[in-house]
Design a protein around this ligand. Structure first.
Ligand SMILES: C[S@@+](CC[C@H](N)C(=O)[O-])C[C@H]1O[C@@H](n2cnc3c(N)ncnc32)[C@H](O)[C@@H]1O
Length: 339
């Protein structure tokens, strides 16, 4: 019997708007109107989740170009029926397996003793192999629910600061993998995409589009390579100390082309309102991590599209005053697109 559930929010993700959700939602409620919502760089999916909980829209389009995020959206938001009891039984077995009976596997050989304790990694690899073996007896969504539960459990056990650009150098703790069922948020009219935002934008017609791209050179596909490998289970050759596979899904938003691609995106969008998140909160001494698009550039591009309002909050405000990056702010732009 599984007692608790994974909420969509219970995940560490760089740039997640978990602490800003209430603020963003209240601004959208106050300044935007309409039925069709697009969350085009959706990351964890928590902004979409909040709009579902608040019953704000009749139809939703959600997108991110990472495989792991696509799987998570299908697991949490789709309405296709799944057999919860069957999945609970499978999860209970995974959670109670005797680790001594498990052989080393791709995951433990590569990531054991680094991103995870050897036992934890062996457990994750065993579960992932077994989900693949069960694939034929599962529906697509059941398969995605199990993968999502594994992604969330893996995140909780990882010897990292919340992404997989590197692992913490001290010896990983022997953390038990605990999978849980999901607090699903099924939404009837949702379309889920795994596309480049600039390509997808050309095909959409919406009322409100929420835009939250990366703003520095840190590629999400490199930060979350381990989850991508876990989901795809294609057992790639891994390189370097961080054990990353060959590059895939590189975002132009993390390069010098960012202002141009952002401008192209805004030009392509067919929507009544555009809501943009912007921040400069990434803490790094290296200049390569400086923002690729300036506040003025964002403002200029949005003003060309329609009347734009800007809202801001200091980062301190969202960290109960514990941190003091006084220059670090979170911004929301809301553009009412010209007719
Ligand atoms: C700042 S995060 C979004 C965070 C999200 N709003 C949340 O609260 O979890 C940016 C996301 O954009 C995705 N991404 C980056 N470039 C992309 C592109 N060209 N097309 C689609 N998704 C992209 C990344 O995978 C990442 O999940």
């Amino acid at each position: 019997m599984i007692n608790s559930l994974f909420n969509i929010e219970s995940r560490r993700y760089t740039g997640s708007k978990a602490k800003l959700t209430d603020w963003i939602i209240s601004l959208m409620k106050k300044y935007c109107k309409g039925d069709v919502f697009v969350d085009i760089f959706s990351g964890t999916g928590i902004i979409t989740a909040a709009t579902i909980k608040e019953k704000m829209f009749k139809s939703i389009i959600i997108n991110d170009f990472l495989y792991s995020n696509y799987i998570i959206y299908d697991a949490f938001f789709s309405t296709r029926i799944i057999n919860d009891k069957k999945l609970e039984r499978i999860i209970a077995k995974y959670n109670s397996i005797d680790l001594k009976s498990i052989k080393p596997n791709y995951f433990s050989k590569n990531f054991g003793g680094k991103y995870f304790h050897k036992n934890t990694a062996k457990h994750i690899g065993y579960i992932r192999d077994d989900i693949e073996k069960k694939k034929k007896s599962l529906t697509k969504r059941e398969y995605n629910v199990l993968l999502t539960a594994l992604i969330y459990a893996t995140d909780k056990a990882a010897n990292t600061v919340g992404h997989y650009d590197a692992y913490i150098k001290h010896k990983p703790k022997d953390k038990r993998i605990v999978m849980k069922m999901l607090a699903q948020l099924p939404f009837k009219n949702i379309k889920i995409y795994k596309e480049d935002a600039n390509i997808l934008a050309k095909k959409l017609k919406a009322d409100v589009v929420y835009i939250d791209p990366p703003y520095n050179s840190r590629q999400y596909s490199r930060f979350y390579h381990l989850l991508e490998t876990l989901v795809k289970w294609d057992m790639p050759i891994l390189y370097g100390t961080a054990l990353k596979p060959a590059t895939e899904n590189s975002s132009d938003y993390c390069t010098v082309r960012a202002p141009q691609v952002f401008e192209n995106l805004i030009r392509s969008i067919n929507s009544k309102y555009i809501v943009v998140s912007y921040n400069n909160t990434y803490k790094s001494k290296s200049s390569s991590s400086k923002n690729k698009i300036s506040l003025d550039e964002i403002e200029g591009i949005l003003n060309n599209k329609g009347k734009t309002k800007m809202f801001s909050r200091s980062h301190k405000y969202f960290n109960s005053g514990k941190t003091s990056f006084d220059d670090h702010k979170e911004y929301i732009f809301i553009t009412k697109v010209n007719d």
